[in-house]
Design a binder for this molecule. Structure first.
Ligand code: ADP
Ligand code: ZN
Length: 303
């Protein structure tokens, strides 16, 4: 059985795990995100130490926050691109791992990796296309289309789309440093906190915040449904843990589509169409393991 290392690189912490796949994660550790040098140094140390205990790894997978360059043919492949996070813009995060390990290493965005894990083992098993949207500190979306994770010039940036923002009902200007009231600027966890003056998780279920939040997310999902025609949408991230949100989103997506898409999965069964992650909070780290599996397979195919 092959042994994989997975890294879920986030803005506040890096989660590293070793295992063979879903149901078999043997060790897991959390490393706070500080500078790229310190954080990645600790990541490398963790895997080197664990290889002494568990034996050699067959491949690594790195599911990282973005924006990043996921295109193997690009000169900047494996680097973080523009980010307000001090010290991380331009960091060659994949290069640091490559200098320490001669293993196949899969590399993609955290949300693309989560989409892959949910398709292989979670709530979107067997579906294609699949969208995974996280609503947390930021908003980001990944997609699996025709069996592959979606890249392009860069990768999808589903969190920064324009949203219909009625300033009469919601005078909050938005907080995205690039676009002000894009989806992330209006509906991320920090946007909710700034608008209402308290953390999203402390807002009671009957607070008007949830209706507004569901409206923004429903607008975004409706646009993705019309653009990519996904067979399943998985909604993850801290904010999406509010249980009141999903039923409100279902209702609002149906209302926005207004009967236009006559597919039963939507018209009759929307509660099974837009769903919570089947892998819970492990979609990200299992996504990294899935990237490692894919990297090993690809490597074996080309040998
Ligand atoms: P990250 O995006 O950094 O990986 P999370 O997905 O946990 O982390 O998102 C963190 C954001 O989610 C914070 O803004 C926090 O206020 C919000 N949040 C966390 N838990 C909940 C909850 N149960 N209900 C609503 N919002 C939450
Ligand atoms: Zn934006």
């Amino acid at each position: 059985m092959s042994l994989y290392g997975g890294i879920e690189g986030g803005g506040t912490k890096f989660v590293c795990a070793i295992g063979s796949g879903v149901g078999d994660l043997r060790v897991e550790t959390r490393i706070p995100t500080t500078t790229p040098r310190e954080t990645l140094g600790k990541v490398v140390d963790f895997f080197l130490k664990q290889e002494d205990i568990l034996g050699p790894l067959d491949a690594l997978g790195f599911a990282c926050f973005g924006p990043l360059d996921p295109n193997q043919a690009s000169a900047r492949f494996g680097q973080i691109l523009s980010t307000p996070k001090p010290g991380w813009a331009g960091a060659d995060v994949l290069g640091r791992l490559r200098s320490a390990f001669t293993l196949p290493i899969g590399f993609d965005t955290d949300v693309n990796a989560a989409a892959l894990a949910e398709t292989l083992w979670g709530a979107a098993k067997g579906c294609d296309p699949v969208i995974y949207l996280t609503v947390g500190t930021g908003i980001g979306g990944g997609a699996l289309v025709n069996g592959r994770l979606l890249h392009g010039l860069q990768h999808p940036e589903m969190g920064h789309i324009r949203i219909d923002h009625d300033l009469k009902t919601d005078p909050f200007p938005g907080i995205c440093p690039y676009h002000q009231d894009c989806l992330e600027g209006l509906a991320s966890g920090p946007a909710m906190e700034k608008r209402w003056g308290r953390k999203a998780e402390t807002l009671p279920p009957d607070h008007p915040a949830w209706n507004l939040e569901a409206g923004y997310i429903a607008q975004a999902l409706t646009n993705y449904i019309l653009t990519l025609s996904p067979e399943k949408i998985v909604l993850g991230g801290g904010v999406a843990q509010q249980s009141r949100l999903l039923p409100l989103i279902h209702q609002k997506v149906l209302s926005l589509l207004n009967g236009y898409l006559q597919v039963q999965q939507i018209t009759r069964n929307i509660q099974d169409y837009i769903v919570s992650p089947g892998l819970g909070s492990q979609s990200g780290v299992l996504g990294a393991i899935a990237l490692a599996q894919a990297a090993l397979k690809h490597d074996q195919l080309t040998v």
